[in-house]
Structures are given as C-alpha cells and as structure tokens.
Design a protein around this ligand. Sequence first.
Ligand code: ZN
Length: 409
Amino acid sequence: MTAEFSFAPRTVLPNGLGRTGVIHTPHGDIRTPAFIAVGTKATVKAVLPDSVAELGAQAVLANAYHLFLQPGSDIVDSAGGLGAFMNWPGPTFTDSGGFQVMSLGVGFKKVLAMDAAGLADDDVIADGKSRLAHVDDDGVTFTSHLNGDRHRFTPEVSMRIQHELGADIMFAFDECTTLMNTREYQERSLERTQAWAVRCLAEHGRLTQDRTGKPYQALFGVVQGAQYEDLRRRAAHDLAALEVDGHRFDGFGIGGALEKENLGTIVGWVCSELPVDKPRHLLGISEPDDFFAAIEAGADTFDCVMPSRVARNAAIYTRDGRFNVNTAANRRNFGPLEDGCDCYTCAHYTRAYLHHLFKAKEMLAATLATIHNERFTVRLVDDIRASIEDGRFAEFKAEALGRFYSSER
Ligand SMILES: [Zn+2]
C-alpha cells in the first residue's frame, strides 16, 4: 500500500467477512462492494464513456491479452495509458491476460469437450479443435486468435504489458484451470501460480522504480485452488504473506472456475485467510444470487461481460427477473424496460421502441439495452452496499432474490 493506493473497510456484516469500504486509487475512489464495467478492448461495447459514468459505474476493466494483440500495449502507453486512450477519467483495472491466453482466446467451452462434465481429465479437447496454448513452468506459448501468430506470455511479459497499459489496478499472471482438471494437476498448477506470483512482484517492483513520474499501479495476487478448501486456504495465506524486495500485493483476485452452489463457501475460505485491509476482486460473476453470496463471504469488487453481452441479444434484467424484449409481447408495449428504473434508456424509451430496434437490427438497440443492463447491475451492487451500511442486508437479500427468481419472464 502507498499513499496513492489504499483500502479502508467501513461497515462489517455480523459474520465478520462481508463488508463495505473505499478503495483509493490515483484516478479516484471506488466505494465497495462495486460492480466494475468491462471494457475488454478499451471500450465498453456500444456505450460512450460519458454514459458509463452516468449509469454509475465507478471503474472500467480492460483485458491485457486483447490490448497486447491489438493495438499493442506500447501504443496505449504512448497515448498516456488506458484511461487517457479511451477517455475514461476514473479508475481502471486490467486483468493479466492469463485467462484469455489459457482458454486459447476462444473460451474453454468451445475448445474443451462439452460432454466431459463429471470427468476428471487434464486434456479433454472437443473433436475438431486443437489446443492453441501450451503451459510450462516458465510461461505460456499461444497462437493469436486474430492472425495465428505465435506469442509467449510469462509473468514478466504480463507485468510489462500491464505497466504499459497503465491501469490503477493490475493482476498477477496466474494459471487458470478448469473444474475438470484432476486434484493432482490442481496441486501442480497452484505451485506454478505461486512461483509466478513471486516473479510478478519482483518485476512489478523493478518496473515501478523504472517508470518514475507515473501514478502508482497496484498489483493484486490471484488466488487459485479450484474447489479444494486446503488448496484455496493455503494459496490465500501464502499470497498474503508474500514479500519480494520489499513489495507485497496491494489486493487479491479470486480466480478459477467456481461451481455456483459452492461460490459463497469458496469465497469465504479465501477471504478468511486474507488481510482485512486489502481489497478482494472476484472475477466473472453477474447473477444477483452470486453477488449476494460473494459479498456476504467478503468479496469487494466484481466484473463480468454478461450484462452487456446478453443486452446485445435483447435479454433485459429487471428486479422481477430477466425477459427478452424481442418477443411479440413487447411489440406494442409502450412502458419502459423496467418500471421504476432510473437509467437513461428507461427515462426516454419504450419496450416497443427497443423491440423495433432489435427487429430492424439497428445499432442503437445494443447501446440502449446495454445502458439499462449495466445500470441494473451497478445499482444492485450499490443497493447491497447501502443495505450493509444500514444494517438490513439479510432483509434486502431475501426481498431482492425472492422477487428476481419468483417470476422469470
Ligand atoms: Zn433502465
């Protein structure tokens, strides 16, 4: 922690884990819990940065793998860093690129065999697909999904890319495993991720000293360990204790594939091992029940592509569940996407208009639907934060989840 980056917990739930707080960064504060908007390629797809701010997002998360391949992290560096490049004045995050590299740039499900559920296998590949990434103890060699070029990521390369991108919060390079990997593989992978964490901290320290005159960039260690309690606890404990050349992690990410039913349990194991005065980011969740479970177990910030991705397919989140505005029932519905929603879309447009835009394949459909879904998600997490501070978390959880899941339309 430095004067430029810090975390102060505020109100703590009776279970001692869930909490509110404030992350202080060189580009502004983030009140937590908070949902971080995803801008994978230095843009929140279809939405102007002014609208991202207006819908209440406090920070944006971009992806090191994508920006390394296109336009190149050196170009983002020359532009003055991610925030300046994309005209987003607030706090920024970059993830390490590890997940994208190891899921071969196309997502695990498209490459790993779909019928492998329940199997324990370290190399289940779908017919007709080839593995585009190879992991060894030093790093990962992979093939670009854009043009087939071969590249190599190591902890040092990921740190260099993320320093060039210049986000306020960066993540250590880690190996991502799947729930299909064997316990033996998870143990070996965890050793590798911990060794990479040491190298990331060392390189981060070196780059921080070299790059004087730039705002401090915080580095989060990533806790892996799949669904195993002993591995998760050991990983969290070891990362929290790690110090290399006087540098320690400023916060922590909770990574890896998580089964929905165990999400709160696993986050709880990890957070009970982590120091209370450092923030914790859970990668890749956006469903209302997952937010409540993760926040109750001690997670502070979240990111996920789903609210904007499904918006582009006309799927709309409301407090009363999710519906598709493309269906015929909305053709003559002149009400808003969601009654009582305070977003720009709901203030100015009807379901009938959105229905028309999607049917006509107009670009504005994606913009308006994304603004609503992102606002819904940001506001839900904001409301959870308020409920913790007002001492009514349990009541709000029961009310919000009862309403969302009782009437999926
Ligand atoms: Zn709305």
